[in-house]
Design a protein around this ligand. Structure first.
Ligand code: BG6
Length: 514
């Protein structure tokens, strides 16, 4: 069992300059406690926080779901999940200690009585576990249950913070399916919980390397002066997955790659890359700057969608030599489905920093490799010194690898050893794993800790979500028209339709190879 040993003395890399708000004792109530998210992500994350010694002094976890089950049965199920999905090996003693703070509450989501019983049960648990009356409600249920849950939660008075304590809500994605539904959900959520108590999850923001974007940009003096249209030629953001729809057709059929990944995760990454320096590190100072980027995204007309957005769906193909079926042949997918599993876009940010710098994004399932990265391609050096050489100079490229093999690399030109002047690109490479000798926590660990600490910086604010939908809706609308741009097929195991390559080739560029 890898147990936390605390900061290693004398290793400045591990100590660094630390700031963290302290998680407070609380009870976490998880709605949808028997679902996939709770098993795969939430409980393993809580266990790992416990193993790292970072839990608040007192914690209770109450799973709320429909199926009848005893506390012990629930604990047993969660233990199996933790053993399967935890990033650290599960230690029996530590698990048993943690499991004692886990409880199960059976109720339908739309049963007012169930919430009254929950209120009574919470009082009791809070006394036993000394969690100080703080409550964190986690909505991990299907999105169509959010409104009924909120209604009964509020009717039972559970949304109100008790004396000297707090009540917060974490809302999982998808946060709406378009601007209208997101606005409605915001209205319903904010009718019960004020915005400062509302934590909208975008798990990409919890990823270590996503957080490092701000550190890279603003804690180093050398990048910021170059971070603009004068020196940057273009930016690419790729989120590639080898996985297919993996039994999630029920959700994915109605979502597609644009809503599933671009509206939230990719636009959030873009905001971190594109935002102005915030005046301080307060949650709202950072989010004020982020939302300006989404606002400044040039809006597409229907004809812009046809020229700047490419959508695709995987057909039969092969991955690592093994045949894989087409999207339309996957379980619970309509054989005539028009849902996109790939999308590539060319965006422009209309502000002084980014004027005329194209941002190319692509995201897809069943691509040859899994990896998420951002690459910043700088303009070429003027060939005043080396123009007598026949070879063209490469661009400097700064690559931020979000996952896997988290790290940052910088490509530059160097003289190859030898008597002639031969210039070759070389790479300076930083890998988290080797530099810090420490595994990064899972995104959910950081996000749960932040919510328990009252730090909303890494959660999406109401206006960010709405602005993002406003941008995405224009593309979705264009795709619904009779003369909508084509949905291209691509073989599973390829890098998407050729039209996605064309998007860059016509600008004299190409996608970076992952
Ligand atoms: C989820 C999407 O939000 O993010 C999935 O719904 C996608 O379709 C997943 O697979 C990717 O996240 P990660 O952390 O596995 O890269």
């Amino acid at each position: 069992m890898e147990q936390s040993t605390g900061p290693v003395q004398g290793n400045p890399l591990r100590e660094g300059i630390a700031t963290r708000t302290v998680p407070e004792s609380c009870t976490i109530v998880i709605f949808g406690a028997t679902g996939d998210l709770t098993h795969r992500k939430l409980v393993p994350a809580l266990y790992n926080i416990a193993a790292d010694g970072e839990l608040p002094p007192n914690l209770a976890v109450v799973g709320f779901a429909r199926r009848p089950k005893s506390d012990d049965e629930f604990r047993k199920e969660l233990e199996e999940a933790a053993r399967k999905y935890s990033r650290q090996t599960v230690n029996d003693d530590l698990w048993n200690g943690f499991a004692r703070s886990v409880f199960y509450h059976q109720s339908e989501f739309a049963d007012a009585e169930g919430y009254k019983r929950l209120a009574e049960r919470l009082e009791k648990i809070e006394q036993e576990r000394a969690t100080e009356g703080n409550r964190l409600f986690y909505f991990a249920a299907a999105p169509d249950q959010f409104a009924p849950i909120l209604k009964d939660l509020a009717a039972a008075g559970l949304h109100k913070p008790r004396d000297g304590a707090w009540a917060r809500v974490i809302v999982e994605k998808p946060f709406g399916t378009d601007l209208a539904s997101a606005r409605e959900l915001n209205r319903v959520v904010n009718a019960a919980f004020p915005e400062e108590a509302t934590y909208r999850i975008d798990h990409f923001l919890g990823k270590e390397t996503a957080q490092n974007i701000l550190v890279l940009r603003f804690a180093n003096a050398i990048f910021e002066p170059l971070w603009n249209t004068r020196y940057i030629d273009h930016v690419q953001i790729t989120a590639a997955e080898t996985l297919g729809v993996e039994g999630r057709a029920g959700y994915y059929e109605g979502a597609g790659a644009l809503r599933d990944m671009v509206q939230n995760h990719l636009l959030q990454l873009l905001c971190l890359v594109g935002m102005e320096p915030p005046t301080d590190l307060g949650a709202d100072s950072i989010r004020d700057e982020k939302v300006k980027i989404v606002r400044a995204l040039r809006r597409f007309s229907a004809s812009d969608v046809a020229t700047n957005v490419v959508r695709g769906q995987y057909a039969d193909g092969a991955l690592s030599g093994k045949p894989v079926p087409a999207y339309c042949a996957e379980k619970n997918v309509n054989p005539k489905s028009k849902t996109e599993t790939f999308v590539a876009l060319k965006l422009l940010i209309d502000n002084w920093r980014w004027a005329d710098v194209p941002i190319y994004m692509r995201v897809g399932k069943r691509l040859p490799k899994s990896g998420t990265e951002i690459s910043v391609h700088f303009k070429k050096a003027p060939s005043v010194l080396f123009n007598k050489e026949s070879q063209a100079l490469d661009q400097n490229v700064l690559v931020i690898r979000i996952q896997p093999d988290e790290g940052i690399s910088l490509r530059m030109q160097a003289k190859m050893p030898g008597t002639s002047l031969r210039i070759e690109p070389v790479k300076m490479d930083f890998h988290y794993g080797t530099s810090f000798g420490k595994a990064s926590p899972e995104a959910y660990e950081r996000l749960l800790l932040d919510a328990m600490s009252g730090d909303a910086t890494l959660f999406a604010r109401r206006d960010e979500v709405e602005q993002a939908w406003e941008f995405i809706d224009r593309i979705e609308d264009a795709w619904k028209q009779d003369d909508a741009p084509a949905l291209w097929e691509y073989p599973a195991g390829s890098w998407g339709p050729e039209e996605a390559d064309e998007l860059l080739v016509r600008d004299g560029r190409s996608w970076r190879r992952l």
